[in-house]
Design a protein around this ligand. Structure first.
Ligand code: GLY
Length: 335
C-alpha cells in the first residue's frame, strides 16, 4: 500500500529506522540490506513502557544529533509499540515527516500499522497523547513473523476475527474454513488473511479517518478488553483480552436478545479453534471491570461506550449498558 509515490523519485531520501531492540537484534540487518547505504537506526527497549514521552524525547535528541531533515522518511520497525512511537515522532518531528510502517508482529500487521493512529502513554492512561498521521506505505513481509512466538501470533488472530465479525460475514466464514491452517501458521493462508484484513480495515478508516463515527466499530471487544488488560496488569496479550472482551460483549448482546445465541456461539467456537483463551486466568471482580471501563478514553459523560453486534457484520454503538448487565455477562469468562 504505497500512498506517496514521490518517495520513489526523491534523489536521496534520508531514512531513519526506529526499531524495538529485540526486533533489531533479529531482523535489522535484513531491513538495512534492503535500504540505501548509510541509513541510521535508532532503537528503544522492547515493551509498552517505551511508548512514553521520555522515550520520545530521547529519540528526538538522536534525530537532532543525526541532523534528520524534514524531507526524510522514518521507518517504524517492530510491533505496535514501534509503530505508535515512531509514528508519533514522525507526526511531530519538524511538524511532520513521512513515515513507513514495517510491522513485525501479526497484531501490528493487521491492526496498528493501518489507519494512522500514533501516540504514547501517560501514567494517567494509554494513548493519551498522539496524532493521526498516515504512513505513506505499510510494508508487510511475512518472513518477519516467523520469529514471533505462537502465543503472540494467536493473539493477532483475535483482531482479524474482530474485523470480520464487525464488517464482513464472508471473511468470518473464511476464518472458520481455514481455522486449522491459521492456527498452524500456513504461509499462503497467512498472506490471504493479512491482505483481506488490511483491505477491510483500510476501507473503514477511509470512510472515517478521525473516528467521528464508523471507525469506532473497530472498538468491538475493546471496551471490556482494555479493562481486563489493565486489571490483569498486562499478564495477558492485548489480542487475548480482545478475545475475552468479544465473549463478554456478545453475552451482553445475547442477554438483551439482540444477538442470537447461535452467532455468539460461532464466534466463541472460532476463537477456541484459533487457540485464544475463553476464560480469565484468575477471577476478576465485575465491580473492578466497570470501574476500569470508566477510565477508558471512550467514556463520555461517565457513560461507557460499547460496540455490540445485532448479527455478524451488523455492529451498533450504545452507551446504555448498565453495570448490572456487565456484571452478569462477565460470568461467561470467569474461571
Ligand atoms: N485499532 C483501532 C483503530 O485503528 O481505530
Amino acid at each position: 500500500m504505497l500512498q506517496d509515490r514521490n518517495i520513489l523519485h526523491d534523489a536521496k531520501p534520508q531514512f531513519a529506522v526506529i526499531a524495538d531492540q529485540h526486533v533489531a537484534d533479529l531482523h535489522l540487518r535484513t531491513l538495512l540490506g534492503a535500504l540505501p547505504a548509510g541509513v541510521r537506526a535508532f532503537t528503544f527497549p522492547p515493551g509498552e513502557t517505551s511508548k512514553s514521552l521520555p522515550a520520545t524525547m530521547g529519540l528526538y535528541d538522536q534525530l537532532a544529533a543525526g541532523r534528520f531533515e524534514r524531507s526524510g522518511v522514518i521507518i517504524a520497525f517492530g510491533g505496535g509499540v514501534a509503530g505508535d512511537l515512531a509514528g508519533f515522532i514522525a507526526a511531530t518531528w519538524q511538524r511532520g515527516v513521512r513515515f513507513v510502517q514495517v510491522p513485525t508482529t501479526l497484531l501490528a500487521a493487521v491492526d496498528a500499522s493501518v489507519g494512522g493512529k500514533t501516540g504514547v502513554n501517560l501514567s494517567a492512561g494509554k494513548n493519551l497523547v498522539g496524532a493521526f498521521h498516515q504512513p505513506i506505505a505499510v510494508i508487510i513481509d511475512t518472513d518477519f513473523l516467523t520469529t514471533l512466538p505462537d502465543r503472540d501470533f494467536r493473539a493477532g488472530l483475535a483482531e482479524t476475527v474482530k474485523q470480520a465479525a464487525i464488517r464482513d460475514p464472508g471473511f468470518l466464514v473464511w476464518h472458520e474454513a481455514h481455522a486449522e491452517l491459521l492456527a498452524a501458521r500456513h504461509p499462503e493462508t497467512i498472506e490471504t488473511l493479512i491482505s483481506r484484513n488490511c483491505a477491510l480495515k483500510a476501507e473503514i478508516v477511509a470512510l472515517d479517518e478521525r473516528e467521528s463515527g464508523l471507525r469506532a466499530i473497530l472498538n468491538y471487544g475493546h471496551t471490556i478488553g482494555h479493562a481486563l488488560e489493565h486489571l490483569l496488569e498486562y499478564e495477558l496479550r492485548h489480542g487475548e483480552c480482545v478475545a475475552l472482551g468479544m465473549l463478554v460483549e456478545n453475552e451482553i448482546a445475547a442477554r438483551r436478545g439482540e444477538l442470537s445465541r447461535v452467532e455468539a456461539d460461532r464466534i466463541r467456537a472460532l476463537l477456541s479453534r484459533l487457540g485464544l483463551p475463553l476464560q480469565l486466568p484468575r477471577p476478576v471482580a465485575a465491580t473492578e471491570v466497570t470501574a476500569a471501563c470508566r477510565t477508558d478514553k471512550k467514556v463520555r459523560d461517565q457513560a461507557i461506550n460499547f460496540v455490540l453486534l445485532h448479527a455478524i457484520g451488523q455492529p451498533w454503538q450504545t452507551a446504555d449498558v448498565t453495570d448490572a448487565e456487565i456484571a452478569a455477562a462477565m460470568a461467561v469468562v470467569q474461571p
